[in-house]
Design a protein around this ligand. Sequence first.
Ligand SMILES: Cc1ncc(COP(=O)(O)O)c(C=O)c1O
Length: 345
Amino acid sequence: MNKVIDLRSDTVSKPGEAMRRAMAGAEVGDDVFGDDPTVNLLEQKAAELTGKGAALFVPSGTMANLIALLTHTQPGDEILLGDESHIFNYEVAGAARIANVQTHALRNRPDGSLELADIDRAVRGPNIHSPRDPLLCLENTHNRCGGAALPLSEMDALTGLARRHGMRVHVDGARVFNTRAALGVPVARIVRDCDSLSFCLSKGLGCPIGSLLCGTREFIDAARRHRKMLGGGMRQVGVLAAAGLFALEHNVERMTDDHDNAARLADGLRELDAFAPNRPETNIVVADVIRGDLTDWLRAFSDAGVLAVPFGPQKLRMVTHINISRVEIDEALARIQRVAGAVAV
Ligand SMILES: Cc1ncc(COP(=O)(O)O)c(C=O)c1O
């Protein structure tokens, strides 16, 4: 069997030799005591890169988002977020179950943005009957919206509106370094007017684990208590933070390669006349299946050694990442073409 080309997600990437060496050589200490020098360095670096005062190393993007909700809200509050957002769809209703907030989902436009008028309508005034609306959650890049990178004009309009309503803004920036690569502007500018940002090390940045939650020093001090409550206080995790430091140094500039590969993959799928893929701005290809059945396609892909995931009734998703070269994209397309006749008749 040929090598499997795994395009299910950028989370499947594996650390390379140089990253493993950095991990093996890391200085460590007990991070719950604040004693791990490598974690401290990573948190400092994340705070610098995002233009926030402080940062907190956590095991996952899901935990980073949940801690943000716990820190920004009180039980019984309401949060506004997109109906295609990761927090709303894929975080096991942690907002409801653990942060005890009501989610008010607003329609995401296909480009991942939200209508300003929908936010205006959704925000409730001071009224004894209504929950408070202290928080707007954005996602950039937007996973379910095909890795769309929300432009600065959109970010500025949304944060400006939130400000006028007296709301804070949290950005789920699991892939914000992909936004940076797509827009060509620093992360600190993208989230300039946002109160908090989570970003993942274990996606496009190619680390085995880890996310950073970034915000003011006061916010992060409070977030640290919530991390402990959730069981996310870790000990000698400099070995993991070292991977993050390595990635922020070496794996950021190369992300445009993943974006070029995703564009090539989408073009190739379009040429098969069986798929209607997005025009990816970053590393995520989402394609409607327009001929044949999704399940049959996914099985044929898999038999041919190409992995994708279902992403809706007749939709699939493929994500490019650090372990996928241009040659492998062309090979994946060639394999798909070879099986196409058998599926889409
Ligand atoms: C946009 C977005 N936010 C958050 C997460 C959660 O990250 P994790 O899998 O590390 O919990 C993901 C994971 O795919 C994601 O795509």
